[in-house]
Ligand binder design. Structure first.
Ligand code: HEM
Length: 473
């Protein structure tokens, strides 16, 4: 047998030097490796072989063409304790069946009704903001996106428990992020730590609320009570002080309880399955969007001409109205700004997969058990696909440019059967929140406050993001 030929990559005689470098600054480490060694790079962390792929076609092979030959990496085992067998953590046939059930509930036409939830929560948040005040916009975004996702999933019946759900969700998210950090799993081994107690009670609270809501949906159904579509559930005047104009929407939990695929012989979900999927959507469905929005506000504060153009578009399309889902196709520049911001600061900055069977890429064989890394951050800053890759330039997103870019040179939402199921929700929320907020406020970054990247599972701003607010009116 001929010995395995490894692609080029960094090799150090000092054990774990590279790993330490990676832990200190994973983004710089991967970027340097990609810039030095090219499309396919190899290195080792301890005994683990790692392959970094920096070519859109290779990435497409892993995520689409040959996706069955890959599973997610080991870190997921930790996440399973919180998310059970939800979409993010499940694998194989079980995952694909669940995905088949859940994907249609996120179809753009079916989530349209959540547009008003998004804008009314954003409006309510801004009622607390004052001209000239300084606040941490990242905290604000985390708060508002967690409110939006709980409302969209659980619907109006959760009104009384809205704040409890928000707080519990944040506690779980913090815990989840801590567990992903080096040696994070040790935290779990010391049950008396306050963080463990806090997490246990937050998880219990969320579980019980979700189970209660599932039971309510099931009871209503068995009693033949008409569901939300036929009832008044979201009086718009609650936050907007307008005469009541009642809109009918179905909450996501309801659509999930109803989901089935008779053609494929997939029946409705059990309570446990529903609970796992709801917890997954809660957690996957807000931190990414809040990071994307935070980085967008930061970029706007650094590029006043882009900010002016964005405001001009909002003024001409909306006048003094609150945006609606119908406005989204007209908010072209707003969409480009959000797209370009996710290029420079991709909220999910890297994807990892473990190889099941030996896998051929170019002239190399990647052995079973190896880890394959594909980094959105690295690809999105690659000058082969984006000229002046570090420059914030929303106008680069012309129709022609989009047509000619290889599919996996820009992939903030991943792709294929494991790509982001919430992508339509995220675009809608990103654009509507940007529009709702920027039509009122110009933001100035507090120069005394540092800006840095904190690449956990998502790309957070390391020191938060302090902004001084200037009212536009
Ligand atoms: C800007 C916002 C968002 C970004 C950048 C983002 C990014 C991603 C990425 C890259 C993946 C694939 C991970 C992988 O392949 O390993 C993913 C998966 C997922 N996302 Fe998102 N996401 C966002 C918002 C949302 C929202 C709003 C929801 C739900 C409401 C959501 C729910 C999910 C779920 C359930 C999965 C797992 C899908 C599966 O494996 O079948 N995400 N997301």
């Amino acid at each position: 047998m001929t010995p395995l030929e490894y692609p080029p990559g960094p090799h150090s005689i000092l054990p774990n030097k590279l790993f330490r470098q990676f832990m200190r600054d994973p983004i710089k480490t991967l970027t340097d490796i990609a810039n030095t060694y090219g499309n396919i790079c190899h290195f080792k962390f301890g005994r683990q072989h790692i392959y970094l792929l920096n070519n859109p076609d290779y990435i497409e092979g892993i995520l689409i063409r040959d996706h069955k030959n890959f599973v997610k990496s080991r870190g997921l085992q930790v996440s399973k304790r919180l998310l059970g067998e939800g979409l993010v953590t499940s694998e194989g046939e079980y995952h694909d069946r669940q995905r088949r059930l859940i994907q249609p509930t996120f179809h753009p036409n079916r989530i349209k009704g959540y547009g008003d939830i998004m804008t009314s929560h954003a409006e309510r948040m801004q009622e607390r903001w004052e001209d000239g005040s300084t606040l941490d916009i990242h905290k604000e975004m985390m708060h508002v996106t967690s409110e939006i996702i709980s409302k969209a999933v659980l619907g109006s019946d959760i009104k009384a428990k809205e704040d409890e759900v928000g707080v519990a969700l944040q506690t779980c998210m913090e815990y989840f992020n801590r567990l992903q950090m080096p040696f994070g799993e040790l935290i779990e081994k010391i049950p008396i730590l306050p963080i463990n107690k806090g997490y246990q009670s937050a998880k219990k609270k969320l579980d019980s609320i979700v189970y209660y809501m599932i039971k309510e949906h099931r009871d209503n159904e068995s009693k033949g009570v008409c569901h939300k579509e036929d009832r008044e559930i979201w009086p718009k005047d609650r936050y907007l002080n307008k005469p009541t104009d009642v809109m009918a929407i179905q909450d996501l939990l309801y659509t999930l309880t109803q989901a089935q695929d008779t053609e494929a012989g997939i029946g409705r979900m059990t309570d446990l399955q529903l609970k796992d999927e709801v917890m997954t959507i809660f957690l996957a469905g807000h931190e990414t969007t809040s990071n994307a929005l935070t980085w967008t506000f930061y970029l706007l504060s650094q590029h006043p001409t882009v900010d002016d153009r964005l405001y001009a578009e909002l003024s001409s399309v909306l006048g003094d109205r609150i945006p609606t889902v119908e406005d989204i196709p007209k908010l072209e520049y707003t969409e480009k700004v959000f797209r370009e911001s996710m290029r420079l600061y991709p909220p999910a900055w890297t994807l990892g997969r473990r190889v099941i069977n030996d896998y051929k890429v170019d002239k190399y064989v990647i052995p079973a058990g190896s880890i394959v890394l594909m980094s959105q951050y690295v690809m999105h800053h690659d000058s082969r696909y984006f000229s002046d890759p570090d420059v914030f330039y929303p106008d680069r997103w012309t129709k022609e440019a989009r047509l000619h870019l290889p599919r996996f040179s820009y992939f903030p939402f991943g792709g294929g059967i494991r790509g982001c199921v919430g992508e339509p929700f995220a675009w809608m929320e990103g654009i509507l929140l940007l529009a709702t907020i920027c039509r009122h406020w110009k933001m100035h970054h507090d120069r005394d406050h540092k800006v840095g990247l904190k690449p956990l599972i998502t790309l957070r701003p390391k020191y938060g993001m302090r902004m001084k607010l200037e009212s536009r009116v």
